[in-house]
Design a protein around this ligand. Structure first.
Ligand SMILES: [Fe+2]
Length: 204
């Protein structure tokens, strides 16, 4: 698998280019406005971008999606709750095939109602649901600490500790982490009841 994390300095967003070595087909996750850089990276590696998968519809993440779709013919894939233009609707448990790569969709609302995380091989892309050392905020329109609790504790922490966590922003002390490490050291993943978590999220 070709897996490239692209830092976009403006809001410290991460875009991702994920390619299948064999078929040279690729997906972009959250272009974050870095259209030219992504096109150059894909061209350098001989990759054809067939999907743009957005982890949620906040403007910093989806920036450049339409432009990239027009430039490549790629389809924009998002959760059904996303109220923006999309060509492919994805749901929890769905799989997006990119050549021989299988990208699994995990519905993780809470930061936003249309939030998804993506699992591909040993990598977990968490959008704004989980960051290195932090979790997504829930005080924006459509946010819900209750839903974020279910996404984090009901879904993500149950996955394999060895998975590498690739977030939607560079907010931590390193650009990616291991899920097992985050479970031990990320204060937002400290075991809490749902009520405790909702109170914790309201504190800061
Ligand atoms: Fe966001």
């Amino acid at each position: 698998m070709i897996f490239i994390q692209v830092l976009v300095e403006t809001l410290r967003n991460f875009a991702y280019l994920i390619g299948d070595e064999k078929t040279k087909l690729a997906a972009v996750v959250d272009p974050a406005g870095a259209v030219d850089r992504i096109l150059r990276l894909a061209e350098d590696r001989g990759l054809k971008i067939i999907y743009i998968i957005n982890t949620h519809s906040h403007s910093d993440h989806i920036a450049g999606s339409q432009e990239l779709a027009s430039a490549t013919g790629a389809k924009i894939a998002m959760h059904k709750k996303a109220r923006v233009t999309k060509h492919l609707v994805v749901e929890d448990g769905g799989v997006i095939s990119v050549g021989e790569l299988k990208i699994k969709v995990i519905y993780t609302p809470g930061h936003s109602p249309d939030g998804i995380s993506l699992l591909v091989e040993d990598k977990l892309l968490t959008g704004d649901t989980l960051f290195v050392g932090e979790c997504g905020r829930t005080d924006l329109p459509g946010g819900s600490s209750e839903e974020l609790y279910d996404s984090l504790f009901g879904k993500l922490v149950k996955l394999d500790d060895e998975l590498e966590v690739y977030p939607g922003h560079d907010y931590g002390d390193k650009p990616y982490s291991k899920l097992g490490y985050e479970k031990k050291h990320n204060c937002t993943l400290k075991p809490r009841s749902k009520d405790e978590f909702v109170r914790f999220m309201a504190e800061d």
